[in-house]
Design a protein around this ligand. Structure first.
Ligand code: FES
Length: 164
């Protein structure tokens, strides 16, 4: 599981915050800077620590509330530490019709977590999302950066194993 910024040893915390400054400097003057910066910050920490919002807001000349808005609008962003592997299961109508519920039940049988939860060992997090952009191969899910279509419940154990 990603570790909360405030729980990192102080030296590592300072180092990570310097890396955030570098991310900001690298992208601040580019179009679409906010999304790029937030994506890279999430790559650094595994989530978006609130403490990084103020320097981003100052660099881009926008209110912190705008960053909160973006961070909570996009389901790919986490505003709290989550499982090391994030499972995002599409619950939109095309996927729902093709069997999202059965896939969700298979995931829950394997991992024992509900949407919004993480396994106790911090390995897995589960979220329902509205669309992964591959509606033609519903039902769809995504684990970390890998997308799966035409997912059948019986395939879930093997899919999860491939990420262990
Ligand atoms: S509706 Fe599920 S991927 Fe688009």
């Amino acid at each position: 599981m990603s570790v909360a910024l405030e729980k990192l040893p102080s030296q590592l915390r300072e180092q990570r915050l310097k890396e955030v400054d570098q991310v900001i400097l690298r992208h601040r003057d580019r179009p679409g800077a906010l999304l790029t910066i937030l994506t890279e910050i999430q790559d650094l920490f595994g989530y978006l620590p609130e403490a990084t919002f103020k320097p981003v807001a100052q660099a881009l000349g926008i209110p912190v509330s705008q960053i909160w808005g973006v961070a909570t609008f996009y389901t790919l962003f986490n505003t709290r530490p989550r499982g090391r592997h994030m499972i995002r299961l599409c619950e939109n109508a095309p996927c729902h019709i093709q069997g999202t519920v059965a896939v969700l039940e298979a995931i829950q049988r394997e991992l024992g977590i509900a949407p919004g939860e993480d396994t106790q060992d911090g390995e897995w997090g589960l979220e329902l999302v509205s669309c992964l952009g591959i509606c033609g191969v519903a039902p769809a899910l995504m684990i970390d950066d890998q997308v799966y279509g035409n997912v059948r419940p019986e395939a879930i154990p093997a899919i999860l194993d491939s990420h262990r």
